[in-house]
Design a binder for this molecule. Structure first.
Ligand code: NAP
Length: 867
């Protein structure tokens, strides 16, 4: 007789995992009145704190912060015993949370999910467990943790060892007694660094196999920090609020001290204070620029190396323990208790795998390129398939039979790290593309759970049943995640943040590094903007407001936010003299730009008097003549001078390998149209005539300029063509003013809030040219004849009122047969592309500028690009 097909269980939501995030998710789902089931592979709650029971396992975020905040009564009832709690204590805490809220009744333990399929017709997920159970649910929520799937040992002969093998991430519940044993530990990440000192206490011989030396800071464990406890006692709610809106999920004021600018005394003082504090967020906050500037990072890294050398007595071992292959912070730094001191014990030895790689694990030990080691036990502390491992392992199939594994073959793609297109009603808690592992997980977990719960409530209230990101919104978020990473040193490291620890895993920066605060704001903004970028459907009607939540480069946004705090007067409300003073004042503290070979100042004769110039010569060979670029500064024909654009000129010089001759021109309102244009043309004529004396190559002359400087550069090209010379090889026009029409869409979109405003442009034009002159091609070169002009490199910025006229000039030049290289500065403003040393995301755009200049001089000797 056929068995009747079991009727699948139905719940509103299935949650996978009963760690911090799964427990809180269940609590919130119940609060909403939704039926929910949590599937947990272990036989108890705890998640990462259930599995990682190795000796020394502790959290490395202070317990004042590594704790739930959703239950104020629990906060009163529970007191952590130490600054950094042990694994058993954290597990006890999570058990208490489960029991306090009666969560266990909706958790099925020892239940693994073998597959999850989206049923298009029913609009339900069909979940299958290892026991063959079927569960149907509307919402499928992965609370599987970021570091839950251990990396399988990728070492030759790993299965051959005859003795006991232990994984820090799957430690036996009954513990392990290494007394009298010869033990090998492979791996020196957080798990290795925490367990090695304790294993050394028991083992008769301990050999640590280190592939990459790691930065570690003493935890100084003990009672919870008194200053934090005091703050909590005084205003717990305020403290938690501050944590939620902090950069890392702990209320720490981000420093504005730059490592490269600080005195030796300040550097030392800040470092020692952070070292004494023994907290990750302090050591990562010594200098504002340590995460982005190699020179600043080196200062911190070297001070840590000094500490290691001062502790480890054997100089060769100390040197091997000093991290030198990655920037500090680009691999997860560790907190330790007596880690480096352990290497001073006579029975502990470090084997540097960069000196002698492992050839194979053998039946009785480990063989390296130089030695054979015999062991009684091997401990793998080799890490995890981080952030994506647990998600793709769960065999998730969305719309049209697309599996998550297939979709993410080239790396994860998510919207806000919470959802992914093609997988309706599928949520990931602390998924890739969210701050997660770069933050205090407790705060990030609560934020994600709260967001999901809020979303489900809104859907229910509005009669909506499915939700899914659009491709556009998701691609925009992925871009933003990568943009944030790209301005840091992180992508340079072979870290698990990059997926580099798992052979064959795509190299993509996985978490969101823009900050917990910025991230929370983005999530809130999505909701505020009617669930921007999400398609929602149900009896309440289908709807989708498509769009990208963060289009601006993160450092550009930071500069704008900083400028807003300065509360500067709008330029157009000032006199020309005061506006010039303001520009000079704001430029005073900026980084100087790259070193160049030589800088000389001089004057050239202009049509109405001398024009000051500054000549930049690139560093290094060849010492002979170079192509020459005449550059004109920006400033709306009213402001600016040789100093205002000095850092940009230096960078153009280094990137192009050409001489840059930056020339001042007469300014309005003292000298109105066409004075600036005529001066520019005169400067080009003079430069051509004097090229040899300047160190230039005769006939290799180009022009360049930014903003109004690009205007006069473009005009100079038209005047030179009309005058039959000089011959100009190319024109680099950076965010050029080429027309006097203030109505294109880019003026509507970007006319306010991005420094160059419509009001300011109007002010510039009013000073520069009478309305009757504004159609003259010498004021608005877009209106001139564009045939026979030199090849152009044109840069436009997304958030620039002038964007559309730059594009229009490129199109018009092309139509006139002029070769054009159009570069879109994605996510930039009119000014941000020029902010050398401040706006790091502008570096690739400036590299493009340098490249454009190089193409103008094809016969010039190739130069090494300085990036
Ligand atoms: P991990 O940081 O990835 O460290 C793994 C170590 O194993 C690295 O030293 C790695 O070297 C080495 N390794 C991997 N494969 C190897 C191979 N085939 N041959 C030789 N060496 C190999 O892993 P983890 O220590 O388990 O820590 C992972 C993360 O979990 C931490 O970064 C942290 O976020 C979290 N965690 C936190 C705590 C805490 O809160 N206190 C404790 C433990 C872990 P390479 O560096 O060369 O790849």
């Amino acid at each position: 007789m056929n068995q009747p097909t079991p009727v699948p269980e139905q719940v509103d939501a299935v949650v996978v995992g009963a760690g911090f995030s799964g427990l809180y998710m269940l609590y919130r789902l119940r609060e909403l009145g939704l039926s929910a089931k949590v599937l947990e592979a272990a036989d108890d709650v705890g998640g990462t704190w259930y599995w990682n029971r190795y000796p020394g396992a502790r959290c490395d975020i202070p317990t004042t912060d590594y704790t739930f905040s959703f239950d104020p009564e629990l906060e009163k009832e529970w007191t952590w015993s130490e600054k950094y709690a042990t694994q058993p204590e954290i597990l006890d805490y999570l058990r208490l949370v489960a029991d306090r809220h009666g969560l266990r009744s909706d958790i099925e333990f020892s239940a693994t999910v073998t597959s999850a399929r989206w049923d298009e017709q029913e609009e339900r997920w069909r979940i299958t467990t290892g026991r063959g159970e079927q569960i149907r649910c509307r919402y499928y929520i992965m609370a599987t943790g970021c570091l839950s799937v251990p990396k399988s040992p990728d070492i030759e002969g790993a299965g051959r060892f005859a003795g006991p093998v232990y994984f820090t991430s799957r430690w036996p519940h009954e513990g392990v007694d290494f007394t009298g044993q010869r033990v090998a530990v492979i791996g020196t990440g957080s798990s290795g660094i925490q367990s090695i000192p304790l294993i050394a206490r028991q083992a008769s011989q301990l050999t640590v196999f280190q592939r990459t030396a790691n930065f570690s800071v003493p935890a100084h464990n003990g009672p919870a920090p008194a200053d934090r406890l005091k703050l909590l006692d005084e205003d717990r709610a305020g403290y938690r609020h501050a944590a939620r809106w902090s950069r890392g999920g702990i209320p720490v004021e981000p420093t504005d001290v730059l490592g490269v600018a600080a005195s030796e005394e300040v550097r030392r003082e800040r470092f020692e204070a952070a070292w004494a504090q023994g907290e990750l967020f302090s050591i990562l906050n010594i200098f504002a620029d340590q995460g982005v500037n190699p020179a600043s990072n080196d200062i911190v890294a070297e001070m840590i190396r000094e500490k290691i050398r001062s502790v480890v007595t054997d100089p060769a071992t100390a040197e091997a323990l000093c991290p030198k292959n990655h920037y500090f912070g680009t691999k997860r730094p560790c907190l330790d208790t007596g880690y480096f001191e352990t290497y001073n014990l006579p029975h502990v030895r470090l084997v540097d795998l960069r000196e002698q790689p492992i050839v194979s694990i053998t039946e009785d030990g480990i063989e390296t390129a130089e030695e054979s080691f015999g062991f009684d036990a091997i401990v793998y502390a080799t890490g995890f398939d981080a952030m994506t491992g647990a998600l793709v392992a769960a065999d998730v199939t969305g719309r049209d039979g697309l599996s998550l594994t297939e979709k993410w073959a080239a790396g994860p793609s998510t919207y806000l790290g919470l959802m992914t297109a093609g997988f309706p009603n599928f949520f990931m808690l602390t998924g890739p593309g969210s701050p997660s592992v770069l933050s205090n997980m407790a705060v990030s977990i609560e934020q994600h759970v709260d967001w999901v719960a809020g979303c489900l409530k809104d859907m229910r209230d509005q009669g909506l049943e499915t939700i899914e990101p659009t491709e556009l919104a998701e691609a925009g978020w992925n871009q933003h995640v990568q943009d944030c990473a790209a301005i840091t040193l992180h992508p340079t490291a072979n870290s698990w943040y990059m997926g580099a620890n798992v052979p064959g895993k795509p190299l993509v920066f996985l978490p969101y590094i823009g900050g917990v605060d910025a991230y929370r704001q983005a999530c809130d903004d999505v909701v505020e903007q009617d669930y921007l970028g999400l398609q929602l459907a149900g009896p309440g009607g289908d709807r989708c407001r498509d769009g990208v939540i963060r289009r601006m480069q993160p450092d550009v946004a930071m500069v704008l936010a900083f400028m807003a705090t300065l509360d500067l007067p709008a330029m157009e409300t000032l006199s020309a003299a005061d506006a010039r003073g303001l520009l000079a004042a704001t430029a005073a503290d900026r980084p100087p730009g790259p070193e160049v070979g030589e800088v000389t100042d001089g004057v050239i004769p202009g049509p109405a008097g001398d024009l000051p110039y500054r000549l930049y010569r690139p560093a290094g060979p060849p010492m002979g003549p170079r192509p020459l670029v005449v550059y004109f500064h920006g400033g709306g024909w009213v402001l600016g001078d040789l100093d205002s654009d000095d850092p940009l000129c230096r960078e153009l010089c280094e990137r192009s390998g050409a001489l840059i001759l930056s020339v001042n021109y007469r300014h309005a309102p003292e000298d109105r149209f066409p004075a600036a244009a005529l001066d520019a043309f005169a400067a080009v004529q003079w430069a051509d005539a004097n090229a040899v004396g300047l160190g230039g190559i005769p006939g290799q002359l180009a022009v360049a300029g930014w903003s109004a400087g690009a205007n006069v550069a473009a005009v100079a090209c038209q005047l030179a063509r009309d005058a039959g010379g000089p011959r100009i090889s190319g024109q680099l026009l950076i965010c050029p003013v080429v027309d006097s029409d203030l109505t294109p869409p880019s003026y509507q979109e970007n006319g306010d809030g991005y420094i160059l405003t419509t009001a300011l442009m109007r002010w510039f034009w009013d000073y520069y040219a009478d309305p009757s002159d504004r159609g003259d091609p010498r004021a608005a070169p877009l209106r001139g004849d564009l045939h026979g002009l030199p090849p152009a490199g044109i840069v436009t910025a997304d958030f620039d009122p002038l964007r559309d006229e730059g594009v229009a000039y490129a199109r018009a030049l092309e139509a006139a047969g002029v070769p054009v290289r159009l570069t879109r500065a994605r996510g930039h403003t009119h000014t941000s592309v020029t902010m050398v040393g401040v706006v790091i995301s502008g570096a690739p755009v400036r590299a493009e500028m340098g490249q454009a200049l190089r193409t103008f001089f094809p016969s010039a000797e190739p130069q090494e690009l300085v990036s």
